[in-house]
Unconditional design. Sequence first.
Length: 219
Amino acid sequence: MTSESVGSVLPVLDLRITAGPIELHGITDDLIGRLGELAAKGTRAPDAPPFTTTPWTLAPPEDVPLMLAQALWARRSDFSPAKWTASLAAFADGQLAGFVSLMTRDYLVTRTATTASWLGVEFHGRGIGTAVRQVLCAFAFDHLDAEYLRSEAFADNPASLGASRKLGFTELAREHVARLGEPVTSVELMLTSDRLVRSAHPLTVTGLDAFRRSIALDA
């Protein structure tokens, strides 16, 4: 299949969201390789604790591209209105900077999605992470009829928690979980549309109608 025909089957691949210098693109196969190369260079400082226990984030750099590709292909394979993930490559000023996603289950009932994101380490500390999540959250609320957005981070990841709170997320709960055989506190946060601190840039979205149909929001 060509990329164009795959997009007709999986409209998430054709999504394009633009807000000023930030762009979010559906992750076509040509972007998977580039994301793998970016992730292999690091998504956290060498001395920072893991921000997630997703296997590829803990793997040796040479293994990361394939493991990331496999994770993205798996999300494509089980895409349905009952359980879907919108995985998007994040660009800042035209540079591929990282990844954001909306993960759902029973979305038509709950209108709730969980957000996740990472940036290549070279893009840390520049406000890009907050900016791309602003765009993702506004897209979910304004174009996908979301009512609630969730986010989670370990308590020893103050940068992620700080960015979430800056966007308007409020803490819901804390839970003690295992990370690499050691206890750690996981913090759950929630956001509603009225609390979102929005970007000054309006959103432009292409591929929206087909994507909404693919998740059964429209007939």
